[in-house]
Design a binder for this molecule. Sequence first.
Ligand code: NAP
Length: 246
Amino acid sequence: MSSTNPLAIVTGASRGIGRAIAVALARAGHDIAGVARTVESASGPAEEIRAMGVRYEAYGVDVAQPGEIEAAVGAIEKAFERIDVLVNNAGITRDTLMLRMTPEDWNLVIQTNLTGAFHWIKPVSRIMMKARSGRIINISSVVGQHGNAGQANYSAAKAGLLGLTKAVARELAARGITCNAVCPGFVQTDMTGGLPEELKEKLLQNIPLKRLGTPEDIAGVVTFLASTEAGYITGQEIAVDGGLFI
Ligand code: NAP
C-alpha cells in the first residue's frame, strides 16, 4: 500500500509516552513505524492508529542490539520508501544508589537509552540527508539536565542524549535536518507507576503546576517539533516538567 504521508519512526511505541507520541503524530497525518521489544507489544496502538486512516506497522527490535536496529531501518525504508521523523523514546531504568550499582545495571541503561539512539540516528540520517529534510527528536529527561540520586546510570544516559542531540543538530543542519531533545519531568506511566505514594506526594509539592505530567503533555511538544512550523528550532533541550526546575 503506497502512501504520500510523512513517515515517523517511534521507538517505545507500545505504551506510555511513546504510544501517546505515535497517536499524536498519526493524528497530525503521519504514517507510523512503531517499535518495541516484540512485534506483539509494538502492535499495541495499531488498531487505534489505523482507525485514523494512516498506516501503522509494528517492528520488534531490541534497541540495545545494533544489528537489530540496522535491519529494522532497512525494513522500514523498504516498506514506506521514506523516513521523515525519528523519535528515540524507548528507555528503561535500573535504579539504585551508585555504590550498589552493578556494571550490568550501568551498561544496560547506557546501551538502551543512549547507544540505542546513536544506532538509530546513523542509518536514518543517511536517508534524511538524501531527502535534504528530516526531524530527529530524542526523549531525554530533566534528570539528564539536573541529575538524580539513585539514577547515576539513567542520568548519565539522558545527559549523553543531550550532547548527542546538539552534535547531531550541528552536523545535519546544512542538510535541512533538525535534532532536538524533549526533557519530561515526572510523567504518569508504567515507569513511574512503582514510585511510593509518599515520594509522589513530595514530588507534587515541588511541581508548581501541582500535577504529574501526562504522556499527552509530552506528545504535544514532540508533534510540534516534528511539524514544519518548528523548522527553525534545532539543538534545543525543551523541559516539559510542570515548572519543577524553574
Ligand atoms: P514505559 O511506560 O516504561 O515504556 C517504555 C517503552 O520503551 C516501551 O514501549 C518498551 O517496549 C520500550 N522499550 C524498553 N526497552 C526497550 C528495548 N530494549 N528495545 C525496544 N523497546 C524498548 O516508559 P515511559 O515512561 O513511557 O518512558 C518513555 C521515555 O520517556 C523513556 O525514554 C523514559 O526514560 C523517558 N522519560 C520518562 C519519564 C516518566 O516520568 N515516565 C520522565 C522522563 C523521561 P515494550 O513494551 O516492548 O517493553
